[in-house]
Write a protein that binds this ligand. Structure first.
Ligand SMILES: [Fe+2]
Ligand SMILES: [Fe+2]
Length: 158
């Protein structure tokens, strides 16, 4: 099963957002691991990984959008829409997986999520890099967001 690694060429120029992307990739790799087995515990692990991915993306998208709003990113509306589409698709896929708990489906799901995330980070997120890199307003927006109450992702860490 193919797993992915965060590399420097994925850097969007803001450490906290890079850390979020590293976290997303780590969860995705857990999903890959779970998809390799076919026991009931693997199905449960895949479900937990999907739940963690949903929680983590929720927090990451929120943080990223807060930063882009703070710096007045011109493509924010389209970027927000791409995030919302992903959340919807992830929820549908997770529900379909939960209903069938099929390891082949988990592998398919992981492959789809990997394609989406790498494309999104390398193309769509990368487009805002020139605006946020070295930008004190962007860093401040990140800091303020980090001060919000903990999201479900932190409370239900698996
Ligand atoms: Fe994004
Ligand atoms: Fe992102």
């Amino acid at each position: 099963m193919r797993t992915i690694e965060w590399t420097e060429d994925m850097s969007v120029g803001l450490a906290q957002l890079d850390d979020d992307h590293k976290g997303l990739i780590a969860i995705l790799n857990r999903l890959y691991d779970a998809a390799q087995g076919d026991g009931p515990e693997d199905g449960a692990a895949a479900t937990r990984a999907l739940q963690a991915l949903a929680d983590y993306t929720d927090r990451h998208f929120g943080r990223e959008e807060a930063v882009l709003e703070a710096v007045g990113y011109g493509e924010l509306a389209g970027h927000r829409a791409a995030h919302a589409d992903f959340v919807e698709e992830l929820n549908e896929l997770a529900a379909a997986f939960d209903a069938r708990r099929n390891p082949a489906l988990a592998a398919e799901l992981a492959a789809f999520l990997q394609r989406w995330l790498t494309h999104h980070i390398l193309v769509e997120d990368m487009a805002y890099k020139p605006l946020v890199q070295g930008n004190a307003t962007a860093r401040e927006a990140c800091r303020r967001f980090a001060g919000r109450p903990l999201a479900r992702a932190e409370r239900a860490r698996v």
